[in-house]
Write a protein that binds this ligand. Structure first.
Ligand code: CP
Length: 306
């Protein structure tokens, strides 16, 4: 059982809780393979998607997860809401709770917003990405995909490549995969790898070719142009030349390496289409697994004693 009503980050989860979510997701993945994919488990509950930042995968899969569990779903549209008239975040959240929300799925550009809401609300708050802090369900679906493909996580060499500094996906994955016993290495320019992560028993490579050696899982990250306040590298062309996953570089990796990317991808910058669409890529399977993982999270949070 989970013990807290909210999912705010991987940092707060124990190994047992992570494994419970992954095992429950495996059950829901079986359900999603059936002709009738919908279960009545959370009938009568209401889910509100409160996304203050754009999203394709996370918002859509939370909506579908909520519908597959038979909850009613409201996709709150920030640009057409009273937020544009100056209504505060807390008042907005209290308003949707007053309308009966049991789950509030929140994405926001400021780190810590889900934690603030969780303190104010009775509803379960699920962090769908907060600033550069965490994106817990992305890390859980990544762990689920790795476990499915490699049949274990403990002892694997997992490389996270690129813009670590601005990536909530990287941070949640580091917490999650380290708790599950993987060996993590970070590959990228010094300007995009925070020094504090280097002190966390993580190997750091500033040379892509050296970093690719002996890796079981290669997790490519998007260059987050929208969060780059200053030049962390000279140009995207320069970035791609040094850190992009090209076929030539990929040939240095193990034959059975899997390639992951949380999306959205900058094709031709951090990854070529040949690799993104190639036989070692599990990028679309990550998306598919996100549905089962998000169903598992909602199901388990609904069972938490209040
Ligand atoms: N991986 C991810 O969070 O994608 P979206 O921004 O499309 O939700």
């Amino acid at each position: 059982m989970l013990t807290k009503k909210d999912l705010l980050g991987i940092k707060e989860l124990s190994v047992e809780e992570i494994n419970l979510i992954l095992d429950t997701a495996a059950v829901f993945k079986d359900v999603l393979g059936r002709d009738i994919k919908k279960v009545p488990t959370l009938r009568g509950k209401t889910t509100v998607n409160l996304f203050f930042e754009p999203s394709t995968r996370t918002r859509t899969s939370f909506e579908l997860a909520a519908k597959r569990l038979s909850t009613d779903v409201i996709n709150f549209s920030v640009p057409t809401s009273s937020v544009v008239k100056g209504e505060s975040l807390i008042d907005t959240a209290l308003t949707v709770q007053a309308l009966g929300a049991d789950f509030i799925i929140i994405r926001h550009s400021s780190s810590g917003v889900p934690h603030l809401l969780a303190k104010k609300l009775k509803a379960s708050v699920i962090n769908a990405g907060d600033g550069t802090n965490e994106h817990p369900t992305q890390a859980l679906l990544d762990a689920f995909t790795i476990r499915e493909k490699k049949e274990k996580i403990e002892g694997l060499e997992i490389a996270i490549v690129g813009d670590i500094a601005h990536s909530r996906v990287a941070k949640s994955n580091i917490y999650c995969l380290k708790k599950l016993g993987a060996k993590i290495r970070l590959i990228g320019p010094p300007t995009l790898i925070p020094k504090e992560l280097e002190r966390m028993d993580i190997d750091v490579f500033h040379n892509m070719e050296a970093g690719l050696k002996d890796v079981d899982v290669l997790m490519m990250l998007r260059i987050q142009m929208e969060r780059q306040g200053r030049g962390f590298f000279p140009s995207t062309k320069e970035y791609s030349r040094n850190w992009g996953l090209t076929s030539e570089r990929f040939s240095l990796a193990k034959d059975d390496v899997i390639v992951m990317h949380p999306g959205p991808m900058n094709r031709g910058v951090e990854i070529t289409s040949e690799i993104a669409d190639g036989p070692r890529s599990v990028i679309l399977e990550q998306v598919t697994n996100g549905l089962a993982v998000r169903m598992a999270v909602m199901y388990l949070l609904a069972g938490v004693k209040r």
